[in-house]
Design a binder for this molecule. Sequence first.
Ligand code: NOJ
Length: 769
Amino acid sequence: MTARATALTLGLSALALGAPAARAQERPVTPARADRIADSVLALLSLDEKVGQLIQMPGGRDQTGPTVPAGGEDAVRTGRIGSFLSFWGADATRRMQRAAVEQSPHHVPLLFALDVIHGFRTIFPEPLGEAASFDPATAERDARAAAVEASAAGIHWTFAPMVDIARDPRWGRVVEGAGEDPYLGARFAEARVRGFQGDSGFTAPTALLATAKHFVGYGASEGGRDYNTGEIGERTLWDVYLPPFEAAERAGVATFMAGFSAVDGTPPHANRWLLTDVLRDRWHFGGLVVSDWEGIRELMPHGIAATRADAALRAVTAGVDVDMSDNVYGTDLAALVRAGRVPQAAVDSAARRVLRAKALLGLFDDPYHGVTAERERRDVLAPAHRALARASGRASVVLLENRDNTLPLSKAVRSLAVIGPLADDRRSSLGNWLLAAEDRDAVTVLAGLRAALPGARVSYLAGVPADTVDARVGPGIDSAVALARAADATVLVLGEREYMSAEASSRSTLDLPGAQLALAQAVVRAARAAGKPAAVVLMNGRPLSTPWLADSAGALVESWFLGVEHGNAVADVLFGDYNPAGRLPMTVPRAVGQVPLYYNHANTGRPAVAADHFTSKYLDVPWTPLYPFGYGRSYTTFAYRALRPSADTVRFGSARDTLGVSVEVTNTGARAGDEVVQLYVRDDAARVVRPVRELKGFRRVSLRPGETRTVRFTLRAEDLAFYGLDMRRVVEPGTFTLWAGGSSAAALEAKFAVAGDTLVVAPAPPPYR
Ligand code: NOJ
């Protein structure tokens, strides 16, 4: 069968057969049609060409623009590459695509992938900060805008969202996920998948294939040290680490990425139980699995593959389809098949999945996916996206402290001192993962404050460096103190530079880096002595332990890394143009020695009691966090009452049966504001230990002063389920406690009971191995 005959049989466009002109035509590609296209194209390919579909080559950039490694274009022309990562730009991708569809033997189009993590050129809040909005719709909108931009620059596939649960803030990659909670994580996972992929099908020119990563357990790296081994108990794996991945799968995520770190002895890249038994057989995932960067070759240093060939064999038979960057499949896979060590079927199914993804995107109809230089110019850094970034930025800010109403600051101040090494740092305003981003797009806090106070004198001093302890910090601190004394008000901007919370950026402390605490102490004390307001703005990608600031700063504001509109969003909050309502998606410890510290922990047989020595606590630090999960303040206040389940006793007949819960929340202050109403549940006694409380619902509501709202939640039976003694997913009869309020420390409580027999929501998964 010739390429032409096959393509005609399928009704493929002339383009797929090598005709030169682009046709921005959109034909819906149903899953059934994608299957037919994939099968027919697969039948044309030689073994080496099938392996070629599995190879993902990294691109690069130099002064001339996008580049590929030597031999890259030849490999495209000979059909030895299926996809590129980190190669973008409308003209560049069109040129490379043309080489693939016009010159390669079977005209198979390429996929272009990129880490579009929190924006393409318009950078939105980094994912942990965005999760602090407790508003998945915000994340969905931002991901959609990111997809519009990235797809205009020729990208088909993003390696996001990262849905790893992270309980250890020393791990630098906590910045990339939604924090410590599986329920919040699952809601943000779904929202981000929907946002990246869109709701018009993959043939839509702005659709991206999303990736749920890093499957699974990367967030459990011991000591918070990146790439480290982890230990996760089987029940914890299913109850805590897997739910956001399962939610992403149910939301239709197109691809999964295998994680780096070995969990209980097996790196995911070689874990057939995980990638096949769980992902494909239990969850029925039909999309692609991509390795992480060199994750296949790394099976050798992990010590479970002696050679590249062993590594290729283990990965492909476990279920890794695409080999990102290390070309182990390229050098070894075809020979393994020829030697009978890897079944041909394993390569066929992996290549078929790649072809199917290309077919779903409609690339066999329009390999250019509607990409034009004109569209790129129009959509990248579109003004509407900047406006969205400002809205998402301010929705993500968490007000931690506000003594004596230090905030909002008055716009009548005549002079403002802005102090701190991050106040005018554009790059840090953007946060990590800046591939297509440009520093010049960022509005720093200094620039945002200046724009908000056009008539005032806004003076700036870094004071100390952000990341080093310079022996000569004294004079910098003295000048900063003088500046603060002379001004009507002071804003200190402190924290981490963007590179400090990122991949390969684990830290052993959670303190302010460098001499920033000394700077803050001197400036805050001087301002207090002079009776002038001083607010501290934190910028960071992980929880920082700042007990001194918590006790002493007039106001403390967590601003994360908010992206291009960082400074304007912070100014909106500091001057009260926006009433902050962000909530912490991770517990903030008092000291790094408390880590791991998370709100949904087990009670132990000896829960902490101050007066009882032999209970679960520390000698030198309280057992409680500095700030609990879900915490955040407002410029107004809220009160809760009337927490009520719809029935005192409920009998569940199926996983989808429900119990209603309502609670009344009132804005008791003088300003309008948003409150994040949170619902927590505890299973009081079960056959296995259950967490002290678990988030099971949240709603961000806007309330006028004095307004009361009844917020209603629906608990499904399966929301109360857990992996029981025999690993079946069950709801056991017994009593449950509910709490509702503005954080995981909510005090308003109610009870209900589940009657009847144990309800089995899902059978036991295949045994963990
Ligand atoms: C390694 C990271 O772990 C992963 O998250 C990322 O997508 C790849 N590199 C590609 O850049």
